[in-house]
Design a protein around this ligand. Sequence first.
Ligand code: PMP
Length: 426
Amino acid sequence: MSRSEKLFEKAKEIIPGGVNSPVRAFRPYPFFTKYAKNSRLVDVDGNEYIDYCMAYGALILGHVPRVIVDAVKEQLEKGTLFGTPTESELELAELICDIVPSAEMVRLVSTGAEATMSAIRTARGYTGKKKIIKFEGCYHGAHDCVLVKAGSGATTFGVPDSLGVPEEASKNTIVVPYNDAERFEDVMKENKESLAAVIVEPVLGNIGLVLPKQGFLKTLRELTEEYGVVLIFDEVITGFRLALGGAQEYYGVKPDMTTLGKIMGGGFPMAAFCGKEEIMKMIVPSGKVYQAGTYNGNPVSVTASLRVLSFLLERRESFYSEMEEKCGQIVKSLRRILDELGLGLQINHIASMFQLFFTDQRVCDYASAMKADNSRYMEVHRRLLEQGIFLPPSQYETCFLSLAHTSDDIDKTVKGFETALRRLQH
Ligand code: PMP
């Protein structure tokens, strides 16, 4: 029995399912990580894996980037938590306003879930209305009003509508199929008197990877503007990844509010929500929408955040095109392998994100993503693990590249896929 297997058996006795976040669990057991460096994770049994999960998209510079670690070490000596304002958090807020097109004011929080929860509350406070629209398969964190037809672990473990969410909390959430502009228009018209907000992942990264159809985001923008509904882009995944300014820069569509997380923390708990001054001013103490947190603007996280965002800002001209090229190489090679093997699988990709779907039909929404065969995906996942390659452990997640992935990593990955997919065929 490996050490990971032993640890998992023990963990299951005292941690629900043996893990502290559901997507980390997979059969027969997940490996337990001892340390990480660059593109690699090393487990407690000494196995090394090229990592395409990258903490679910958080680590765009790879594991343990020097530029962040050195700054954080220095900050640790100066203090880890003050409970007072700092100059650095002001600097970070200014940086976010410079980078993110929709950001006029920012509030820092610690997790993506807090960011979406607070953004929705703010939009409700601002409009004085209750209902929100979310899209099927979009995941906005583990809080009540968005755990309705949610993607990610909620879909992987068969609980897109979680137990324990009172009907009162979810009855104001209207779910619309992603990429269905007509249905969206109908729902907007039917509910225009009571709608506070529309929240969307501009690129859906939580049922595998699904791209918005041409014009879909623009339709959301036009109709929310027409009906006076707050449009929230949940850019917890896409922020600083699709482009420096996120999906709103990439697609040229500016929402009223934006939620950010993952990449902006540089590996530390850090998230934010931002938007129009008029809306953000509703937040306490300048307004009457309550939002607070002991760890908001934590100085260690702020230090990491300043480092990662400054790094990306300095290199924005070449960074994103190089990442896209790297991803393109993998996708091109995978398509060649699929052609050679006569496998009619789907690959969706954009910028430095990709995912393979085990279905022969195009994947453009929740219904088509659900046609993909997760058990075949997990078979390939297992065969790749045997070869030292770690994909996120579910068909309903997305693979992420980082700056740390080398061309050797990519060659090894392509070969690994070839072996895994060839075996799958027979
Ligand atoms: N929004 C999106 C789009 C996400 O992908 C996630 C997490 N995967 C969240 C919100 C929640 O973030 P956190 O896990 O930091 O609470």
